[in-house]
Write a protein of this length. Structure first.
Length: 645
């Protein structure tokens, strides 16, 4: 299969973009013709941003797994769909062809059915990066169950909150997960999450690390036994095939939780048809994927990047996708390059934080590694600094691979702003131009389009998107009003991204970072309010304020100002206790990098914390802290600056 809708020139990009805006229904319905439908649509698009209500391909029926698997069986049955690289490089690798993927996904779909999972039920998946995670995700999609994957770094408390929010009755997990030198006891975290839980009916446990687990009678079952049973059942039918559930175009495909500016993560809901179209279209166009190329996205499937660019995008395009269980620095900092060499990777898609961290090891880990297979490089998750961009270009791409800087969000489902590899121009540290179907606009605080250019000829404002692209989030699970408030209420008739951006005279966008109280730590989104809530759980804490500050590797670090009632032992011990509390409440990814004990916080007379000042102090600023005259007690600022250390 080649891709008739693949943009092959700058000129075509321009005409396609223009047409997609003038005639979105015509444009997207032509592309939709290249997918497998059980029933075609009655109407291509219906939308308003006031409710909000967005419906693409209303009346159509499909199953995304038929598009990701079955349709490739005719000509790609023996082509690898997933190449799995284990954490430990001396362990056997696994190659999952499309035929095997079909067999395993059907088998697991049968397991889900045997365990009482029905269309529309929510299934929480908490696993390491093993092929069985892909089978679990796609098995859910096969029978129309809504998957909610939770990243393996989240705590029992976070899982419990997400289970309750999604009213999930089923869990798929592993005994444990390998990550570098660590062995994370996933099942035991699930057990903690389920203390007192009355709703979860079934936990399916895949054996990976053989760490001892407590299996509860009547609730917990082994993956291996269930799969064997399903295989026997299927054998009796004489076929490994389990029919795919017909899904309405707008039926939810999955929920993925992400942080916002409030203390509670929200469950972003994606649709079936629109999400499929967008992940496929962007995969094929942004990376300029060519049949038989090997694509390696280094993300974890616990995040949206893994959903869209390890699984759904590549598989729907019949690609070969590398899935890596481990981490970039174990057993040494050459691991990515070993993988590129070993599987002759053509497309490498990673995060700026990984590039910066590997940069820190110099070029020695690159010695003897053959990177000549690489053709396209990509980055995602946070603004990439020019230094990292050039290192990536020079030492990894050897100056012959286009770099795509892809801007998008959990809520957007796939890439919205990016150059197209080798087709539209790259600009170091700029995401550049919108994909067809995407109309970004920069607005000021009041929502008026920014028209005045600064001294460098740039427009600067809050990044919004006009009109819906096919994979825009449809709702936040169980709370549609929250979705409206968060994304559609700030500015009339616009989707607000929460990011600030610049636009140059050629129309290129440069994303400068969040303008709300959301941090981006190593490409992971964390709300300051969430971290504050977690810190405040510690018995000795009176109050806290969390801000971000520039961090050389993580992009942003977490800086916490904490008022304490007393030190249980000494300050150092209390600091450790707070870190432990945050790990318990959210997970290790939310641990503050800096904790400063203070006696008060800068507040306005109405009691609002002046984060602007705290941010400046965290950044190391001591002089120009702005107007502090409106503060209730200007004295605390001086104390905090002196205590910055
Ligand atoms: C936020 C979304 C999209 C998958 C990974 C993160 C930031 C993302 C870029 C980029 C500058 C970027 C934004 C965005 N971001 N990509 N190429 N350049 N910033 O998904 O957790 O939903 O976070 O990540 O701030 O809003 P997420």
């Amino acid at each position: 299969m080649s891709y008739p809708y693949q943009i092959r020139s700058l000129e075509q990009y321009r005409t396609d973009h223009q047409r997609s805006i003038q005639d979105p229904e015509g444009f997207w319905s032509e592309i939709a013709e290249h997918f497998v439908w059980k029933k075609k649509w009655d109407k291509v698009l219906e939308w308003n941003f006031t409710e909000p209500r967005v419906r693409w391909f209303e009346g159509a029926q499909l199953n995304i797994t038929e598009n990701c698997i079955d349709r490739h069986l005719a000509d790609k049955a023996d082509q690898p769909a997933i190449i799995w690289e284990p954490n430990d490089p001396s362990e056997r690798t696994r190659t999952i062809t499309y035929a095997i993927l079909h067999k395993r996904v059907c088998q697991f779909a049968q397991v889900l059915r045997n365990n009482g999972v029905k269309k529309g039920d929510r299934v929480c998946i908490y696993m390491g990066m093993v092929p069985e995670l892909a089978y679990a995700v796609l098995g859910c999609a096969r029978i129309g169950a809504i998957h909610s994957v939770i990243f393996g770094g989240f705590s029992a408390q976070s899982i419990a909150d997400r289970l309750a929010d999604a009213q999930a009755e089923f869990i798929v997990t592993c005994d444990g997960a390998y990550r570098g030198a660590k062995d994370i006891p996933l099942k035991s975290v699930i057990d903690d999450a389920l203390v007192g839980n009355q709703s979860v009916k079934r936990v399916i446990v895949y054996t990976r690390t053989r760490t001892p687990v407590s299996m509860i009678k009547g609730r917990d079952v082994w993956w291996e036994e269930e799969m064997e049973h399903a295989a026997t059942q299927l054998e009796q039918t004489g076929s490994v095939h389990v029919p795919a559930e017909p899904m309405d175009a707008e039926d939810p495909l999955f929920i993925l939780y992400t942080s916002g500016s409030t203390g509670k993560p929200k469950g972003v809901v994606h649709s079936s048809a629109g999400y499929m179209l967008w992940t496929n279209y962007t995969f094929v166009n942004v990376f300029q994927y060519q049949p038989k190329q090997v694509h390696f996205c280094t993300a974890d499937i616990g995040w949206i990047t893994g959903h869209s660019y390890i699984l759904y995008g590549p598989l729907s395009a019949g690609a070969t996708s590398v899935m890596f269980e481990g981490i970039p620095t174990w057993p040494d900092a050459g691991r990515f390059w070993d993988i590129v060499d070993k599987y002759k990777v053509n497309i490498l898609y990673t995060a700026p934080t990984a590039i910066r961290s590997l940069m820190g090891f110099g070029t020695e880990p690159l010695e003897g590694k053959d990177l000549s297979s690489l053709q396209v490089l990509g980055t995602v998750g946070e603004p990439i600094n020019e230094e990292a961009w050039h290192w990536y270009d020079e030492h990894i791409g050897k100056k012959r691979c286009p770099i795509v800087d892809t801007w998008w969000q959990t809520e957007t489902g796939g890439v919205l702003i990016s150059n197209l590899a080798g087709i539209t121009p790259a600009k170091a540290a700029w995401a550049t131009l919108p994909l067809p179907g995407v109309q970004p606009i920069l607005v000021d605080e009041k929502g008026a389009p920014v028209t005045e250019r600064d001294e460098n000829g740039m427009l600067k404002g809050n990044l919004c998107i006009q009109g819906p692209w096919p994979s825009i989030l449809r709702t936040t699970y169980g709370d549609h009003e929250r979705c409206r408030q968060n994304y559609f209420a700030t500015y009339d008739n616009l989707y607000f991204t929460g990011d600030g951006a610049l636009q140059d005279a050629d129309g290129n966008f440069r994303i400068t970072g969040r303008v709300d109280d959301v941090l981006n730590v190593s490409g992971h989104r964390i709300g300051t309010a969430e971290v504050e809530n977690a810190i405040n759980c510690h018995a000795g804490v009176v109050e806290s304020a969390v801000v971000g500050y520039p961090h050389a590797v993580k992009g942003q670090g977490i800086y916490a100002y904490v008022i304490i009632s007393h030190f249980h032992q000494d300050a150092e011990q209390t600091r450790k206790d707070i870190l432990q509390t945050v790990t318990r409440v959210i997970g290790p990814i939310a641990k503050p990098d800096q904790i400063q004990f203070v006696s008060g916080l800068p507040k306005t007379r109405s009691g609002k914390i002046m984060r602007r000042i705290l941010r400046k102090i965290a950044e190391g600023e001591t002089e120009n802290l702005g107007d502090t005259t409106t503060l209730l007690d200007p004295g605390v600022v001086k104390e905090i600056v002196e205590g910055r250390g």
